[in-house]
Structures are given as structure tokens and as C-alpha cells.
Design a protein around this ligand. Structure first.
Ligand code: DGJ
Length: 558
């Protein structure tokens, strides 16, 4: 791990593919994956929340929700906009609800990420207008093996694509007219958790015909070019079938595990979405992304999760077919949260978690840990629990404090580089995490009754910022000439006007009597509501080994 000590020196000259299009938001890309969202010219991390599916459908229904979101210290709200609602009759568009949502967000100083619930939502086409769903000749469906229509519009139909594109373009034109500089609407999600459920592949005639044709040459070119980094299962299938550059889906990827089916579906979904994103961006060039239903447990058959959706298995196919899509986001509801994040953090795909923490009892209490981990460990685009408007997130919820601390430390977080001078951590089943910072390691211990979490940023050679809850942290030198670490001032505090303000000096019990940092957790197992989340600036000193023979070795605090 390369060390970078001075924050001022973190200019990240390795940026590639960065471009600025005036004031509009964009993704600043880095070779090693530390990509950042840039809004109004400044890096920005989403401390978000997604409202439930129906609650942004009228301004009235949002009225009582906005103040709750403010109290939770969100900087960004994720809100659906439904095709069936904005184009009730073909060609007649009404974006008045979206308009009032934008007005309200502007007043309250929220950013918005708008979710285009168009042709597909959770696999099916429940948000397509009735005039689309009723006309199965003009707007064909995917079919099962018995030839029956499924409630999924075909991803091969030009008519479906053109109808969705017309509506999506109208939506983009509307956003552009309402918010030309993207002060409010900073990104757009296209469709929602698309993919085919119940089968690995569409069995309609059109799909059967297409499946028997050749694999598009740009997919093969992508696989060849990125052979080392693509999903191992795709690489192996391609190699085992003779590294062919020409052939049908099963000739090139074989018949095992329905991989060819899933890739075929992914190619067709991604090609469809690419055409939406490309034309939408020509109108209003803001970042556009897709979100995936997480695959769990590990290897179920495609179709038990949405086959061909933008999940981690199909990331390579999506990247090849949909270059206008800025990233694939993961709806991460799983217990092995960290593993699911890592699956999406590869091949230059920045991490964004637009949905998390709902559905299962008490999952909402894990939101603070997931926010710290997602932002600290991956330098991510952001984090957002689903159903943020649900009663779980009641006054005093620990997410309020978590977002307050993260937003206070944001100037430092934004200058830091995940995996280099910044690490995030959260407890799953492990008792400890040892985080490598080059010549020093931070050993994080979790206590028994509470799942601790946090992030650590190295500010300089001997200065660290530690924020989180329910952890003990001890530093361990890896330099044999300076093996011992001694602790200087431990200052609990916050940033005020860009400067550190110490609110308490920690010693005794709060400092393991000089042996490290102790960041207490709530006293009771489920008592996460007291929100004991703090930030500590810690001075740690490398002590020279008295037995060290070489008297010339001097410590350089650089
Ligand atoms: C994932 C979807 O993307 C959301 O819109 C919502 O339906 C949740 N599942 C579950 O309620």
C-alpha cells in the first residue's frame, strides 16, 4: 500500500476520463476505482435515503415526509417517478408532481436522485402505462417455454424501446427546463432492478431467433481486452469453449449453468438501456446508473434473481453494452453486506448503495454502520437506506447522528483516498479488523454485545482521525526500528469552519490508560438509539527502539 501523508498533496493526478461539462454533475474517474461524484464543481458524497415506492406519487403524500428526512440529516433523497403516472395517455405528458418535488427539495436544500420507473421495475413491467400493457401486439412481452405472455415487456422490441425513450426524453427535457444547472437533480436511475424472473431466458420467438444468432463482436472484443479482470466464470466458459471470437451464445459460452442465457439477457437489457441513457444524456448530461437486485445465497440459478439484470455477475456485459451508464449500483439488503459491496467494486465500477437496511426486522439499526463502511472503505458515491420514510426511522434514530458526523467530517473524507489513507470497517461476525496503513496498522477490536463500526483516516505520519462507535483501536508499528507506539493527545471533537475544534480530551478509561482509543458503544445490545458516535483526532508516536544498532536511523515525520 502506497502511503500518502499530507492531505494537501492528495491531488489525485491519476484521474482519467474526467471531464467537466460546465456545472452539470459528473463522475470523476480514477484508475484504481476511487471515483467521485462531482456536483456544482465539488466532490459530493450522497448521505441519502430512498422513499417507499408510492410516497412520492403526490406532493400531499410527501408533505409529512420532508421534515422527517431533514431531521435525519440526509443531503440527498431518492424518489421514484413513474412512467404510468406521467404519460397516462400516449403522448400527453404531465410532470407536475416531479416539478413540485424538485421545488420542495430546492427549498429544503436537498439534492435529488430521480428513479425512472419505466419499462421494468423489479423484473416486471408494473409501471408501464395501461396503453402499453394492453397492446401486446404493438408492445410484445417476454414469453415462457409454453409460449405464454409474461408480465415483462420485451427488451428486443423496438416499439417498447421507442415508447420508453420518448417518455424518458420528455422527462429529461422537463428536468433540464426545471433545474438547468442540476442544482437539485444530480443523477438519474434508469429502470429499477430489471431482469427476467422465473426463467433464465425469454422464450418468445423473437428471443429464440436472436439467441441463435451470433454474439455481438463488441462483447467478444470487450472480453478479450479485459480477459484478466472479467468475472472468472465468464472467462472460464469462454476459454473452455475454445476462446472463440465468432459463434452463437452457446457456441462461445457453452450450455452450463445457463450462463449463455443470462449473458444474452444482460446484453439485450443493457443495449436497451444504453439507447435510453444515450439519448437522455444528449438532452441533459447528468450521471445515469442502473441498480441491481442482490444475488443471494451465492449461486442460485439465473431467473431466481432477475436474469440479465445489472448484477455483479453481468457487470462486464453491461460495461460492454452500455457505455453511457456511469455505474451499476447494488441494492444491498444482505447480511454479508461487505462481500456484496466488494462484488460491485471492480473494473472501475464505483460503489453506490441506493437501497439497503429495510425489509427485515431491526435491519434499519445497521444503517449507521453501513454508512460509515460504505463511505470509508470504498470512497463511494454514497449510501442510502430504503424506506427512509417508514416509521423505523423515528426521531432519535442513530442514523441522524451518523449522518451528522459524516457530514461534519466530509471535507476530510472528500480529500482522502479509500484503500490508501482512508479505511472503513464494520463488524459482521469477526471480532477484529487489522487495517493496513503502510508502516503502521490500526487494529480495531469490536466488543461483545454491539456491532461496532467506523472509519479511520491518516492525516499525517503521526496523526489519525477515527470516527465510529463500539470499537477499541490500537496502532501497531510495522517499522522494526520504531516498533513501539505511544499515544499523545486524543481529542474528541468536530470540524468548525474547516478547523478542528476539540470538545473533550480523552484519557484514563476513554484511552485505555494510555494504551489506545476506546469508543464506547450503547450499553444494551439493541440500544443503538443513543447514537454514541464520535470523532477523535489521535496523535500516535513511533518510539525509537533502544536496541537498534544503527544510530543513524532517524525518524522522519513526513
Ligand atoms: C427493491 C426495489 O428496488 C424497491 O423499489 C422496493 O420494491 C424494495 N425492493 C422492497 O420493498
Amino acid at each position: 500500500m502506497k502511503l500518502i501523508f499530507l492531505l494537501g498533496a492528495l491531488t489525485f493526478l491519476t484521474c482519467v476520463n474526467s471531464f467537466s461539462n460546465g456545472t452539470l454533475p459528473y463522475i470523476e474517474r480514477e484508475i484504481d476505482g476511487n471515483s467521485r461524484l462531482v456536483v456544482s464543481g465539488n466532490r459530493f458524497v450522497i448521505l441519502g435515503g430512498e422513499v417507499m415506492n408510492s410516497n412520492s406519487s403526490t406532493p400531499e403524500s410527501m408533505q409529512e415526509i420532508w421534515p422527517k428526512l431533514k431531521r435525519l440529516n440526509l443531503n440527498t433523497v431518492l424518489l421514484p417517478v413513474a412512467w404510468q403516472q406521467v404519460e397516462k395517455q400516449e403522448g400527453e405528458f404531465d410532470f407536475s408532481v416531479a416539478g413540485s418535488l424538485i421545488d420542495e427539495a430546492r427549498k429544503l436544500n436537498f439534492k435529488l436522485v430521480l428513479l425512472w420507473f419505466g419499462t421494468w421495475k423489479n423484473g416486471s413491467s408494473g409501471y408501464a402505462p395501461h396503453w402499453v400493457m394492453r397492446d401486446t401486439l404493438r408492445f410484445p412481452r417476454m414469453k415462457n417455454a409454453s409460449g405464454e405472455n409474461r408480465p415483462y415487456l420485451s427488451n428486443l422490441s423496438k416499439n417498447v424501446l421507442e415508447a420508453d425513450k420518448k417518455a424518458f426524453n420528455a422527462f429529461m427535457n422537463f428536468i433540464k427546463s426545471k433545474d438547468p444547472n442540476a442544482d437539485v437533480v444530480i443523477m438519474c436511475q434508469i429502470e429499477n432492478e430489471m431482469g427476467l424472473l422465473g426463467d433464465s431466458r425469454d422464450r418468445s420467438e423473437a428471443a429464440e431467433k436472436n439467441f441463435s444468432e451470433k454474439v455481438p463482436s463488441n462483447l467478444i472484443a470487450h472480453i478479450k481486452k479485459n480477459e484478466k479482470n472479467i468475472l472468472p466464470e465468464i472467462r472460464e466458459a469462454w476459454i473452455n469453449n475454445g476462446r472463440k471470437e465468432d459463434g452463437t451464445w452457446t457456441e462461445i459460452f457453452g450450455k452450463q449453468n445457463a450462463l449463455a442465457d443470462e449473458m444474452f439477457m444482460a446484453w439485450n437489457y443493457a443495449t436497451f438501456v444504453e439507447l435510453l441513457a444515450k439519448s437522455g444524456k444528449q438532452i441533459h448530461n447528468i450521471p445515469m446508473f442502473v441498480n441491481a437486485w442482490t444475488i443471494s445465497p451465492d449461486n442460485p440459478p439465473a431467473g431466481s434473481y432477475p436474469s440479465g439484470g445489472p448484477n455483479y455477475r453481468m457487470l462486464d456485459v453491461w460495461q460492454a453494452a452500455a457505455p453511457s451508464i456511469d455505474f451499476l449500483a447494488v441494492d444491498n439488503y444482505q447480511d454479508d453486506y461487505a462481500a456484496k459491496c466488494k462484488q460491485f467494486y471492480r473494473s472501475g465500477n464505483p460503489l453506490f448503495v441506493p437501497e439497503s437496511c429495510a425489509l427485515v426486522e431491526n435491519a434499519h439499526l445497521t444503517a449507521p454502520a453501513k454508512a460509515f463502511y460504505t463511505i470509508g472503505e470504498f470512497g463511494s458515491i454514497g449510501f442510502s437506506p430504503f424506506a427512509i420514510d417508514y416509521e423505523y426511522f423515528a426521531p432519535g434514530h442513530p442514523l441522524e447522528r451518523a449522518y451528522e458526523v459524516l457530514s461534519n467530517l466530509m471535507p476530510i473524507i472528500l480529500k482522502s483516498k479509500a484503500g490508501v489513507n482512508m479505511r472503513g470497517f464494520m463488524q459482521h461476525k469477526q471480532r477484529a479488523d487489522n487495517l493496513d496503513f503502510g508502516d503502521i496498522q490500526a487494529n480495531v477490536h469490536y466488543n461483545y454485545s454491539y456491532k461496532g463500526y467506523g472509519l479511520i483516516i491518516r492525516l499525517s505520519k503521526e496523526e489519525f482521525l477515527v470516527a465510529g462507535s463500539g470499537i477499541d483501536v490500537h496502532f501497531e508499528s510495522k517499522n522494526p526500528n520504531f516498533k513501539e507506539i505511544s499515544y499523545g493527545l486524543l481529542q474528541e471533537g468536530r470540524l468548525e469552519n474547516g478547523k478542528w475544534k476539540t470538545l473533550r480530551y480523552l484519557g484514563g478509561d476513554e484511552a485505555h490508560n494510555g494504551g489506545g482509543l476506546h469508543m464506547p458503544s450503547p450499553y444494551l445490545k439493541d440500544d443503538a438509539h443513543c447514537g454514541m458516535i464520535s470523532a477523535i483526532k489521535a496523535h500516535v508516536f513511533f518510539v525509537k527502539n533502544p536496541n537498534c544498532k544503527n544510530s543513524d536511523i532517524e525518524f522522519k515525520n513526513k
